[in-house]
Design a protein around this ligand. Sequence first.
Ligand code: ZN
Length: 93
Amino acid sequence: MIRYECDRCGHPLGANDTGRFIVKMEVYAAAGPVDITPADSQRDHTDEIEALVRQLERANPDEIEDQVYRCLRFDLCADCHRDLLRNPLGRKE
Ligand SMILES: [Zn+2]
């Protein structure tokens, strides 16, 4: 039997426990539209691309992913579920 526990408080939860809630979160960069002009398509971007590749080779992959997209999943007990819905962003009350 698969056992779960609340990812917030550690309370034990069963796989079919009616007091078990699943939270999925997607966090991603809110990038605006890309404005490409005809002059941009004519210009040589080789140096910029090579500089970007060098920068990425030195970067931490987790930090790069954090800046672009993260998908998170948590199991919560009923109490933590109620707290989450009451204050989803953890604002100071
Ligand atoms: Zn909990």
